[in-house]
Structures are given as structure tokens and as C-alpha cells.
Design a protein around this ligand. Structure first.
Ligand SMILES: Cc1cc2nc3c(=O)[nH]c(=O)nc-3n(C[C@H](O)[C@H](O)[C@H](O)COP(=O)(O)O)c2cc1C
Length: 215
């Protein structure tokens, strides 16, 4: 794909078909993501990918915890919305409201899709050492976006999602993620299902609200 097309095609996919993603393809995505820049080339990232039976077990375990309303406890704490700056609060409010309305209108439930990890055939869990400086979180963000764009380029859908790491002990146990690593994010990867869930599009702020160019 043309690079501009990749950027424009990427959006969060919250419903996946049953088609599995070849291990060789998953490996290729990671081999592209490791080309991301990092502080003094420190390359702080690690990647653990669940597929097949591991993925199915994780989805069942997540559904069980969700059905019992177990409080989430991600490695990176969630900040209450009221503590965010006003423009970000407004963006989150707009997105949450419009997406919920879209769901009602089209008969799909976003919270429900998360309970089963979006039926994703694969999830890439990204970690850094707990002792890492904050710069490594920046680096891991670079890595994540390169992985996501590489997947889009190959016709795959993705979503980076807090809901995939809200019960971190599940992935830790299933994939042998050591306790001294911070489980930052999970990225679901797979072939998008035909679902109105995947037709919702988020908006962006106007450029003049975020951009300053000084000559
Ligand atoms: C760190 C992070 C965590 C996210 N967690 C969730 C989540 O728990 N549930 C969800 O539906 N989307 C989640 N998303 C997806 C965002 O909602 C999405 O990226 C945003 O609304 C912009 O939409 P787009 O990705 O379709 O462009 C997350 C995205 C990021 C970067």
C-alpha cells in the first residue's frame, strides 16, 4: 500500500473474523517494528504474542472476570477523567457518547466486544522493564505504532487496548511475562469482521488547536 493509504486506512478494529494470522506474518510485523527509534538505541521493548489455544483461554478467563465485575488493576494506573486537561476531557466525552450512540443505533455493544477480547485471533503484549526511565515508554509507543501500521499495510486490523491488559495476571501467566516487566499495552491483531462495530470512525481536533509553527 502507499504510505498515505496506510495512515488513512488504520482505525481501531473491535470485531475480528475467525481467520487465523500466520505466525510468519506476525513475526514479520515485529521485524518491522524493531526498526523504530529509541533513546540511544536502547530498544527497551519486549513482545509476547498469544494465538490459538492460548488466545481462546485468555478470552474465556477475561469473560469470567468481567462477568464477576472484578475491579481492573492494570500495571499502568488509569487516571480519573476529571483529572485530565479540559480539551482531553471534551475529546473523550465526545468520543464515548458518539460511539455509544453508534452502538445502540447499529445493535452492537462495545463493552460486550471487550469482554471476549474482540474475538481477536492474536494479541501482541508489549512490555518494558519496570526499572525503565519514562523515555522507554515513549520508545514503546513508537514501537507500537510501527507494529500497527505494518499490520495495516498487510491488510490486518488492530486495536491497542487497555481492556487487553486490565487484568495483567492473565497474560503474565499465559505467556510467562516476568514480574520485573511492566505490561504496558496489548494490541489485538487479526482480519476485521464484517460488523458495524468496525464502521465507527473517531474524529480529530482541528489542526489549529494543536499546531504552532513559528518562522
Ligand atoms: C493506550 C490506548 C488504550 C486504548 N484502550 C482502549 C480500550 O480499552 N477500549 C477501546 O475500545 N479502545 C481503546 N483504545 C482505542 C482508542 O479508543 C482509539 O485509538 C481512539 O478512539 C481513536 O480511534 P481510532 O484508533 O479508530 O483512530 C485505546 C487506544 C490506546 C492508544
Amino acid at each position: 500500500m502507499e504510505f498515505d493509504d496506510v495512515i488513512n486506512a488504520r482505525h481501531s478494529v473491535r470485531a475480528y473474523s475467525d481467520k487465523q494470522v500466520d505466525k510468519s506474518l506476525l513475526t514479520e510485523l515485529v521485524s518491522e517494528a524493531i526498526k523504530s527509534p529509541s533513546w540511544v538505541n536502547s530498544q527497551p521493548w519486549k513482545v509476547y504474542i498469544a494465538t490459538g489455544d492460548t488466545m481462546r483461554r485468555l478470552a474465556d478467563q477475561q469473560a469470567d472476570l468481567e462477568s464477576r465485575d472484578v475491579q481492573s488493576h492494570p500495571d499502568i494506573p488509569v487516571q480519573h477523567r476529571e483529572l485530565w486537561e479540559a480539551p482531553q476531557q471534551a475529546n473523550m466525552q465526545e468520543n464515548s457518547t458518539r460511539r455509544a450512540e453508534w452502538g445502540t443505533e447499529h445493535g452492537v455493544s462495545y463493552p460486550e466486544s471487550q469482554r471476549h477480547l474482540y474475538n481477536a485471533p492474536a494479541v501482541a503484549y508489549l512490555t518494558i522493564a519496570k526499572s525503565s526511565p519514562q523515555w522507554s515508554l515513549y520508545d514503546l509507543g513508537n514501537f507500537a505504532e510501527t507494529l500497527i501500521l505494518a499490520a495495516t499495510n498487510k491488510g490486518l486490523g488492530t486495536i491497542p487496548s487497555y481492556s487487553l491488559v486490565k487484568y495483567p495476571e492473565l497474560a503474565r501467566q499465559a505467556l510467562g511475562i516476568p514480574e520485573n516487566e511492566l505490561l504496558v499495552i496489548g494490541i489485538a491483531i487479526g482480519y476485521p469482521a464484517m460488523s458495524p462495530m468496525n464502521d465507527y470512525r473517531s474524529k480529530r481536533m482541528a489542526l489549529d488547536q494543536i499546531l504552532t509553527i513559528s518562522d
